[in-house]
Design a protein around this ligand. Sequence first.
Ligand SMILES: [Zn+2]
Length: 501
Amino acid sequence: MEINKLIENLIFYAKDELGLGEEDSIYAKNSLYYLFKSAPTYELADKVELQSEILIPMVEYAIKKNIIAPEEALNFETTIMGIVTPSPNLVINRFNELQISHNSKKATEYLYELSIKSNYIRLLDIKKNIRWITRGPNGDIGITINLAKPEKDPKQIQKESVSSNERYPKCPLCLENLGFWGDGKTPARHTLRYVPITLNGEKWHLQYSPYVYYDEHCIALSDRHIPMKIDENAFARLLDFVSQFPHYFIGSNADLPIVGGSILSHDHYQGGKKVLPMFSRPLRKKYNFRRNATIGIRDWYNSVIHIAAKNKFEVLQIAERVLKKWQNFSDEEIGILSYTDQPHNTITPIASINSHDEYCLDLILRNNRTDNEHPYGIYHPTEDLHNIKKEGIGLIEAMGLFILPGRLKKEIALMIELFTNQSIDFKKLNEDEHLSKHLAMVAQIANNEGLGLDKKTARDAIFSYINSACIRILECTAVFKNNTKGMAAFDRFMKIVQDSL
Ligand SMILES: [Zn+2]
């Protein structure tokens, strides 16, 4: 029987690749036979490719036999993989064993590989993402058109930051997501596995992001559903994390809407390999405030203070002063107001350990004020850039890795076609559901390059527009602009920090 062979092959895969134990394999096998309503036979297993040779035919079988409806395919596939993935506590034990017998790098490698092999991270989908690197005046930036995750409106994020008590799980990060069946709003998480960690004496958990925006993209999340908060405790947790996992960086999104990430309602950090472009940038300016610490401004598009020292507490103390002073810093000449009817100044902090074994904090200064001219935020991408990116610029983008919405893939293809024509009907374009948002971009490219382009020229012109848009977006987020006036104001701020130390 076809399905029996698939079940046996899946069990073989799980023992071989996921480390499913002997007894657990028998147990999982019976669960699968029950799920598929099939009578077991003693089929021999073969080693075959998971997605194409096991999961796709299994899901097709389940649809054909009316075990599931076609729209349940993805959740059902996750259920199947959840049955054969080692149980949450077994994974935790293995992680802890590796941490003791080897080191934390070996332990994270195990969890990351398991997350891929269990299909929690759907590598095949992620490989479809379109990725490239572009040069800019203050360093390279990475750009990804993300075909795996939907785009969120900043106003929607603000709404969701008010937590709902009725919803289960309360948010996509809560611990209750472990094994969740998926309900349209929250994805199925049968294959999620996380491990407990202690950060600055508090209970947190560590897991990987299913979307892997960069190598080993991990998430540390508070055990409690409490809002994001940037304060000295957050800095202490971040530094504690890198002392336990020195091969990773970790950063937090800011704690205010517009400049924060997509989830403000649950305290969490994002980390992974130190591959983000900002890390490779030198310091533009150094300050000699302290003998035992390096303090300077990164040569980067937005406003980053870099602190490095052998002594963790030295870094912590300086960072705490920067935060306190920044929260109250206003400079009307360049439009920075720390308070109106609410606070506006906050920080996106990133911790790491550098090649000299020093503790580092990079503090990206942020401000989320809006005014009539900039209803989406003064230090947010201007409206002419929303066709490329409308979401808030969170930690990952602020460090130079852009995650652009998947809709762009189709829209770029349509625009290429458009530029091969001899003329463009702008009135019609204005009514087009896919292209009306790109009106200004189309007009500018047509103006610079002309029409009747060959496909390659059209494509190059579009990508070159996107590249410079991303650089402009990063520049929008700079509270101190990279010009004489901005840098003089940055200096004034650094003097205030110095005087407080
Ligand atoms: Zn939560």
